[in-house]
Design a binder for this molecule. Structure first.
Ligand code: SME
Length: 178
């Protein structure tokens, strides 16, 4: 048998992933409506795809496209610090220590942190001087924080419990492939 053919035929089959060709973005100004249309699409985007970087990249892009966030992305826990992961927006700090900044605090305290005015948050890390408010949510693997989702706005007081409710749903989707 042709050795090339043998190699090809033995290659592990990669299932043909079906995914939305385009994201359906709610035209509504109402953010609840936008999140409601987005969340099931995020679920479909990651379904059947086990690769964490691929999934986090698409989630960051989908969040940015739908919600027009100034900066949205992930910091992953690696060797006892947070390391920048997939994101959309201006360039950002690459490493954050445990307990430092809003992201490090969310990791340490294992909870969602909503910051209406970053100037008022002691130790806030300003990756961009344009960031004015922020929300950070942790995702867990085996009861430990595995990564955080950080969303920044260039407007003061731009996040509330609606963002918290729906972004928590995004974290639940993420926890399934961590
Ligand atoms: N502001 C964050 C740092 C990350 S950047 O905003 C993208 C913090 O204080 O943890």
């Amino acid at each position: 048998m042709n050795p090339l053919f043998r190699k090809r035929s033995r290659r592990k089959k990669i299932p043909n992933k079906r995914m939305a060709e385009q994201l359906i973005i709610a035209t509504s100004e109402n953010k609840t409506e936008r999140y409601k249309i987005l969340i099931p699409q995020i679920q479909s985007l990651v379904e059947g795809e086990p690769d964490i970087v691929a999934n986090l990249s698409n989630i960051a892009a989908a969040l940015r496209q739908t919600m027009n966030f100034f900066w949205v992305g992930f910091y992953l826990v690696k060797n006892n610090e947070l390391v920048l992961g997939p994101f959309q927006g201006p360039i950002a700090c690459t490493r954050i220590a445990f307990g430092k900044g809003v992201c490090g605090a969310s990791w340490k305290e294992k909870k969602v942190i909503l910051v209406p005015d970053v100037e008022e948050f002691p130790g806030h890390i300003a990756c961009s001087s344009d960031s004015k408010s922020e929300i950070v949510l942790p995702a867990f693997k085996n009861n430990e924080v595995a990564l955080v989702l950080d969303v920044d706005s260039d407007k003061l007081n731009d996040f509330d419990e609606i963002d918290e409710i729906y972004l928590k749903q995004v974290m639940t989707v993420i926890e399934k492939f961590l």
